[in-house]
Design a protein around this ligand. Structure first.
Ligand SMILES: [Zn+2]
Length: 373
């Protein structure tokens, strides 16, 4: 990194406001006081088995106050609270509809509930968009204007930024990149569609395919490898919860499949290759539809590295139209596990900037009307 770059970043970060970030996850809720990509404090709580809003909200408010205390600051020094929540949600009203991983939640007016407690600007955005925004403003996407963030983890999600704006769609559900069809004769996905990218290439999908094959009595090598390399029981339980498939005994996680593939076990290599191909096809679609200057790949599965990414990138090279292919850079995310919090905090700067832009557009439209009179 050259010194000029560092200087420019430091200058920019001096102008950044202090914000509170909240990352509402299915198993954990995290709060922080953030300054750009820097977290000055962090307080987490487990959602527990019965995370109804009535039970969670008071604990969450307490966590926010604790985070402020730990950072040695107070609410009056905070520019706003950004909340990253599981979709579907309406980012204009701040209502979270029915997130599948937060049982007991239905049409919860998160923004209004926070506004009663904290008298600062409050913004709510779905987790994938917020993460994309975090990478865009403070991570690998800095300096770009047209960017796609694709996170490959237990699920697959995305955030699309076009000309500096998050693509929301008319109901705020745009950029469900994990639910693009990559195999129209494929299996039914939880979302209702058939052959979704997520259904084939997510960590959950990789683990499911491995375990279903083993349950059919095939894949003895993989099972033997998994039994010899156990120690991910907690992780396996988590995956089982996420997939709602208690009927399939989960023995093998996506990570174990990756390790088995590295060790030369054919079934594991085949499963990872299928996932990698689907990701490659997904990337081709993304490039053809959005013509982005950058695609940022995040999420736990990217830690598989070349095993997953090389076949995917080969498909991109082989199948993408030349002009958008030569324009795009495909890079790894930079914010790691903090992406949710940094993205939630980024909502404050982003929304203030958008409001300013809208204000200027409205003014110029008004003066345009006067001019034509
Ligand atoms: Zn789907």
């Amino acid at each position: 990194m050259n010194t000029e770059h560092v200087g420019a970043r430091q200058e920019a970060s001096e102008n950044l406001p202090l914000v509170v970030a909240v990352d509402l996850g299915g198993t954990q809720i995290r709060t922080a006081v953030a300054h750009g990509a820097k977290l000055l404090s962090r307080v987490s709580l487990l959602t527990g088995d019965n995370p109804t809003p009535e039970r969670i909200m008071p604990r969450l408010f307490q966590a926010v106050r604790q985070a402020l205390d730990q950072a040695g600051t107070s609410l009056d020094q905070i520019a706003g609270i950004g909340i990253s929540a599981p979709g579907p949600l309406n980012n204009r009203t701040g209502i979270v509809y029915v997130p599948p991983n937060l049982p007991g939640w239905k049409n919860v007016p998160v923004q209004d509930i926070f506004s009663e407690q904290f008298h600062v600007p409050i913004f709510v955005e779905n987790d994938a968009n917020a993460a994309g925004l975090g990478e865009y403003m403070f991570g690998a996407g800095r300096g770009s204007r047209d960017m796609v963030y694709l996170t490959i983890s237990t699920g697959i999600g995305g955030g699309v930024i076009t000309d500096g704006r998050i693509v929301e769609g008319v109901s705020g559900t745009a950029a469900e990149l994990g639910h693009m069809t990559v195999d129209w004769h494929g299996e039914r996905c939880n979302c209702g569609n058939i052959g979704c990218l997520e259904r084939i290439a997510s960590g959950t999908a990789i683990a499911r395919r491995a375990n279903e094959t083993i349950a059919r009595g095939e894949g003895k090598d993989l099972l033997a490898f998994a039994l010899a390399h156990q120690g991910h029981e907690a992780e396996a339980k988590e995956e089982q919860r996420a997939t709602h498939t208690p009927d399939v005994p989960i023995r093998v996680t996506a990570r174990t499949v990756a390790q088995a593939a590295e060790a030369g076990i054919l079934l594991a290599q085949d499963i990872i290759a299928t996932a990698a191909e689907a990701i490659g096809v997904g990337l081709v679609n993304i490039i053809h539809i959005f013509n982005p200057e950058m695609i940022i790949l995040g999420g736990g599965l990217t830690h598989m590295g070349a095993l997953l990414l090389e076949p995917a990138l080969r498909i991109v090279q082989d199948r993408t139209m030349q002009v958008p292919r030569e324009a795009v850079r495909i890079v790894l995310a930079q914010l790691g596990p903090n992406v949710g919090l940094v993205g939630a905090g980024a909502l404050i700067c982003y929304n203030k900037e958008q409001q300013k832009i809208e204000h200027v557009i409205r003014k110029s439209e008004q003066s345009g009307e006067h001019g034509s009179e």
